[in-house]
Design a protein around this ligand. Structure first.
Ligand SMILES: Nc1ncnc2c1ncn2[C@@H]1O[C@H](COP(=O)(O)OP(=O)(O)OP(=O)(O)O)[C@@H](O)[C@H]1O
Ligand SMILES: [Mg+2]
Length: 308
């Protein structure tokens, strides 16, 4: 494989379930050795896209190649070089940590020998789970289960690791440990592909990302590029328990792009100075001044209405 060619290339990729279009003709290229993110609200088509990359669900249209090999013809060979962390942990609760890793190794056709045992011990160290090696997996916390699932994905020393919401539902400590492990993997040269609902996670980990909604890609770039392209650099968030106060302020604020949500206003601007000066003298308001981030881009592109 040419080192400069993309490790995954998708052209007009589509997935239909009956009349429903889950992935609607998307194009993307993923470079080797990078961390690439798929961001999007619930139902955007992220997991479906990952499942097509893994050859677990057939394409309804378009072309997809991974490691320069076509899907579906070479799906088996492709899967052998990818580690997967599915959206929901699927560890076997009746087995210990070590047994879970051995079982997964067998699934990849790896021989159960000393070399594999050493690899398992190394992966347990990587996941900070050595002390629990002989415990059943249902005795582990959510963070431990997620770390074990990531360790399990590495059993075949894959070139690429695909992680579907690696830290959903975890506490900040557990999340930070996983971020540091994922950075280590990228530093080793592995390509990482992940979906997430946490914008901080995407900003910290992803070199490049796409924002998806309703099966389409809305935009693509590095987190910094996307922020620069779509939102003003400064944000003032205003709150009041009184709707009238918010409505009045909304009409008094100028030189801002304003988004109104209930009793909150989000004012996006290139220079918050004059607004802050004015707001300091207003009564019945709380406000916060902060730099714009990926969450602002995400909400601008995908909207603020609920998706459930
Ligand atoms: N097997 C299926 N049959 C019918 N519809 C499906 C199937 N799998 C997914 N869908 C639908 O396709 C759409 C995209 O689903 P997908 O799981 O890819 O979304 P997602 O972006 O991963 O969302 P989430 O953030 O909630 O995980 C959803 O509307 C979902 O209901
Ligand atoms: Mg999903």
């Amino acid at each position: 494989m040419n080192t400069h060619s993309p490790i995954i290339s998708a052209r007009q990729l589509q997935k239909h379930y009956g009349d429903y279009i889950a992935v609607d003709g998307i194009d993307f290229d993923i470079s080797p050795g990078k961390c690439f993110g798929f961001l999007g609200p619930n139902g955007a088509g992220k997991t479906t896209t990952l499942r097509m990359i893994l050859g677990l669900t057939p394409l309804s249209g378009g072309q997809l190649s991974v490691f320069d090999l076509p899907i579906p013809e070479r799906s088996r060979d492709i899967r052998a070089r990818i580690g997967t962390v599915p959206q929901a942990d699927n560890l076997d609760p009746d087995f210990t940590l070590v047994e879970n890793l051995r079982m997964y190794a067998r699934y990849f056709g790896l021989k159960l020998n000393d070399e594999l045992e050493k690899r398992i011990e190394k992966l347990l160290v990587f996941a900070a789970l050595s002390e629990r090696r002989d415990a059943k997996t249902d005795t582990l916390s959510g963070g431990m289960q997620r770390r074990l699932t990531i360790a399990r994905a590495l059993i075949n020393d894959p070139d690429m690791v695909i992680l579907d919401e690696p830290t959903t539902g975890l506490d900040p400590q557990a999340r930070h440990v996983i971020w540091s492990r994922l950075n280590e993997l990228r530093d080793e040269g592995k390509t990482l592909l992940l979906t997430t609902h946490y914008m901080e996670e995407a900003e910290r980990l992803c070199d490049e990302l796409v924002i998806m909604d309703h099966g389409k890609i809305l935009d693509q770039g590095s987190p910094a590029e996307l922020i620069k392209r779509h939102v003003e650099p400064e944000v003032i968030e205003l709150r009041s328990c009184d709707t009238d106060t918010i409505n009045t302020i909304r009409h008094k604020i100028s030189d801002c792009r304003v988004e109104h949500l209930g009793t909150s206003l989000y004012c996006y601007t290139h220079d918050a100075g004059p607004q802050l000066e004015y707001l300091r003298n207003e009564q019945g308001l709380t406000f916060m001044h902060r730099p714009a981030g990926l969450e602002d881009v995400f909400l601008k592109l995908t909207g603020r209405e609920l998706r459930d």
